[in-house]
Write a protein that binds this ligand. Sequence first.
Ligand code: URA
Length: 265
Amino acid sequence: MRLPGRSGRARPRPSVRPVRNARLQRRLVPAKTRLAFRGRTAPAGGRARLAAMQTLVADHPLIAHKLTVLRDVSTETPVFRALTDELVTLLAYEATRHIKVEHVTVQTPLTTADGVKLCRPKPLVLPVLRAGIGMLDGMARLLPKADVGFVGLARDEKTLVASTYAARLPDNLTGRDTFVLDPMLATGGTLESVFTMLAARGAASLTALCLLAAPEGLARVHEAFPDDYPIPVKVVSAGLDERLNERGYILPGLGDAGDRLFGEI
Ligand code: URA
């Protein structure tokens, strides 16, 4: 019998990778958090203790393929929307890895079986208007019982500063895992504001799902939520791009995610 890992075949890669570029990794993700995700599963009845903040960039050929089609300027809205939906479901799988569960016993047709169910209080999913709406169905597919709030932030095109124009979410989020949906983590201003809003309401964890992240945005969020931050903070992205341009757009990016999902209005 061959021992696992001695077959000479490449080991299966994890479905997400911590940020890969070594220099960037050192800047963004301190050593103790870099590999924290590998092979970790949440124990029933609680959660694995996480170091804040984790940055996970998907490392899977299907995700890379779908992301490439999203980037393509010739991809039209219906395909862009469908692919975003699929990508988010794939990201959601990893983003929910440490969600709180508790032990249950169920009766099978033959006997009883130990299992788990999601803990209450229910998680909160928070799409950021408008582009985050395009990510909601993909997330709700995995977490159909989660509550859904909404938050709207507008970015001043000159200063790139984000200000909140709408927020519909519970005042009290004590004990609740929260999942922010925003396709583009560019300057990080929006995500910093939304995470701050959720933390102030008592959220138990802060997780963002995005299609693309820029190093500048990740660095800003990491600075705002350093490793001694009292609750787990995580960013799960389908890709990590090179940089922002002078207008705060991600390069090479995919353009304006809201326009590509819903049209230019
Ligand atoms: N928002 C977008 O939609 N695209 C970017 O590249 C940056 C912010």
